[in-house]
Design a protein around this ligand. Sequence first.
Ligand SMILES: *Cc1c(COP(=O)(O)O)cnc(C)c1O
Length: 405
Amino acid sequence: MDFSTRAIHAGQPADPGTGATITPIFQTSTYTQQGLGENKGYEYSRTGNPTRAALETCLASLENATHGLAFASGMAAISAVMSVLRPGDHVIAGDDLYGGTYRIFERVMRPMGVRISYVTAREVDEYARAVTPKTRMIWAETPTNPLLSLVDIAALGELARARGLTLVVDNTFATPYLQTPLDLGAHIVVHSTTKYINGHSDVVGGAVLTSDDALYDAIKFYQNAAGGVPGAFDAWLTLRGVKTLAARMRQHEENAGRIASFLEGHALVRHVYYPGLSSHPDHALAKRQMRGFGGMVSFAFDGEREDVDTFVRGLRIFALAESLGGVESLCCHPASMTHGSIPREEREKRGITDTLVRLSVGIEGVDDLIADLSQALDTVTSSRHGRSNGGRAKATARAATKSRR
Ligand SMILES: *Cc1c(COP(=O)(O)O)cnc(C)c1O
């Protein structure tokens, strides 16, 4: 069945008890049992809940997985995947990771005896060279955040298969509408459903999808044991959000493409990072691996950090905020916001400079979005004139004071 059809119907038959067309919010912690050892498939809502089960089935279907597990956040999903690691295990991860993933690797997994090596995210050879007899897992994100580099999932899948490793792909940025990593050789997909999957910036959630029975059993065990599950209402909101994922992604992409071209032609912009541009180093891979280029656009100013501050203060529709993937447009300054915890030198080495701006392009009217960016860029130009005039005025005043002395 088509992606959109599955997004709207998978795991969501009419409620057998009432005929309710929309999966009800089963706001219950417990379930009445018929007799000893006899129940209707549910006993306690940490272990299982029908609203959550509908979401898990739907997301599994969208990622072409046999199993889905929903979590209270993307990080809860990620930590559940990491729970399959044991002291002494080695993980190879791309270096352009989501900050929270890096944090849990460094501050939680490493003290527990797991070793992690970071390699240049887009260089498949570096992953291959980093494999040791203790390597158990490869962790990849593609496109990466905030520079939108791509990782060749099929090549990593091949490496994982040859060396008996588990390949995990964080598919939050691409979404299953644009990319299905399990089809390319990945074993596990993780999501922050907070982003595009829910799509309305009103729920924090996560998911793990896999077709590997043993991995599913281990992660499902951890889900129940640790209990980082979403409540029924959050599961229901996410289920409602995901119904429109295909329509939203098409509009995100159309708007992002128009905005990337606009920015590429602007005098104040030094560089635009968008996999849909033919100038992007991974454009060919994006065309091969993805079914579209997504809604995230980053760009670097030809100027200073001060210009970025003027620009973000000038925006009227784009909100200065962390997160991404909602219907509304957001703008983020990675160096001071999402990536502020990475030491400056390390950050700049990776290209996350003080003048880099990341846009999560929403689905508002694209002409309004371009007009907003354009007028905010104009405020940068006029404030630069103001600065240089002000600077000259101050210098003249200083000279005058000096000559009076
Ligand atoms: C936001 C995000 C996460 C973490 O998800 P939360 O829902 O915030 O816990 C993980 N990976 C990526 C790529 C993200 O963007």
